[in-house]
Write a protein that binds this ligand. Structure first.
Ligand code: NAD
Length: 252
C-alpha cells in the first residue's frame, strides 16, 4: 500500500463542531487519529466526550464566525495549543428561508458572512501558517447540493454554497503547488438542525425522501469517510473537487 488514511500526529480544526455534520466530521477525524480543535460559539462538551472516547486529544476555541474579528485569534490559539494546523474543515454554516421576492438584506448578509466570507478569511489565515512552515495541509469546505442546484426559498444559501464551490476551485489552483489540497464535500439531505424545517413539513419531507435513491436521509456519521479520505495522504493528488455524499440524489 502506498497510501494511507491515517491522521495520527495531525491536528484538525473543525468549525461548528458542537453538533450536526461538524460533530460527525470531528469524531471521524478523531477516530482516524487526528487531534481536534473544535471552533464555535456553543458548548463543545458532547463533541469533546465523543472525540476523547475515540482516543483523541481535544481542544475548543470559542468564536463567533459571523464576523472576521476572531479569525487571527482562532489560528493563534490553535497553533499554541497543538503546534500546527494540518487540516481545516470549514463546516460552520447557516441557512435562512424565505421567498426570493421577500428576501431581506439581513438574511443575505448574515448567510454570506458565515458561509462564504469567514470561510475564505479563515482559510487564508490557516493557509498562511501551512505555507510558512512548508508542510502544507488539507482544507475541506462543506458545500451543499445547492453548490450544483438552485433550490427554492434559500437565495443567500444557494449563492453562498455555489460561491463556495468556485472558491474551492480557485484556492486549489493557487495553493496546490504549495502542498495544500483544497476540496469540498457536498452533503445531501442530512438529519441536523439545518434541515429541521424541511423534515417537519410532511409534503417537503416526503418529496425529498422520495428522490433519494438510498431511501433515507443521511446521518452525520455518513460524512466521516469522505472527510477522513480528503484529510488523509490518500488524497494528496486530489485538488478542487466537490464530492457529493448524497445517497445518490445528484445521480437521479
Ligand atoms: P447545524 O445547524 O446543526 O450546524 C451548523 C453549525 O455551524 C453549528 O455548529 C453552529 O454553531 C455553527 N455556526 C453557525 N453560525 C456560526 C457562527 N456565526 N459562528 C460559529 N459557528 C457557527 O447544521 P448542519 O447541517 O450540521 O450544518 C453544517 C454544515 O453543513 C453547514 O455549512 C451546512 O450548510 C452544511 N450542509 C448541511 C446539510 C444538511 O442536510 N444538514 C446539507 C448540505 C450542507
Amino acid at each position: 500500500m502506498t497510501f494511507s488514511f491515517d491522521l495520527a500526529g495531525k491536528t484538525a480544526l473543525v468549525t461548528g463542531a458542537n453538533t450536526g455534520l461538524g460533530q460527525g466530521i470531528a469524531v471521524a477525524l478523531a477516530q482516524a487519529g487526528a487531534s481536534i480543535v473544535a471552533v464555535g460559539r456553543s458548548s463543545m462538551d458532547e463533541t469533546e466526550r465523543l472525540c476523547r472516547e475515540a482516543g483523541a486529544a481535544f481542544h475548543s476555541v470559542q468564536a463567533d464566525l459571523s464576523s472576521l474579528e476572531p479569525i487571527e485569534r482562532i489560528v493563534a490559539e490553535a497553533v499554541t495549543l497543538t503546534g500546527r494546523i494540518g487540516i481545516l474543515v470549514n463546516n460552520a454554516g447557516i441557512i435562512r428561508r424565505a421567498d426570493a421576492i421577500d428576501f431581506t438584506e439581513k438574511d443575505w448578509d448574515d448567510v454570506m458572512n458565515v458561509n462564504l466570507k469567514s470561510t475564505f478569511f479563515l482559510s487564508q489565515a490557516v493557509a498562511r501558517t501551512m505555507i510558512a512552515d512548508e508542510q502544507g495541509g488539507k482544507i475541506i469546505n462543506i458545500a451543499s447540493l445547492l453548490s450544483f442546484q438552485g433550490g427554492i426559498r434559500i437565495p443567500s444559501y444557494t449563492a453562498s454554497k455555489s460561491g463556495l464551490a468556485g472558491l474551492t476551485r480557485l484556492l486549489a489552483c493557487e495553493w496546490a503547488a504549495k502542498g495544500i489540497n483544497v476540496n469540498a464535500i457536498a452533503p445531501g439531505y442530512f438529519v441536523t438542525n439545518n434541515t429541521e424545517a424541511l423534515r417537519s413539513d410532511p409534503k417537503r419531507s416526503s418529496e425529498i425522501l422520495g428522490r433519494i435513491p438510498a431511501g433515507r436521509w443521511g446521518n452525520p456519521s455518513d460524512l466521516g469517510g469522505a472527510a477522513v479520505f480528503l484529510a488523509s495522504p490518500a488524497a494528496n493528488y486530489i485538488h478542487g473537487i466537490v464530492l457529493p455524499v448524497d445517497g445518490g440524489w445528484l445521480a437521479r
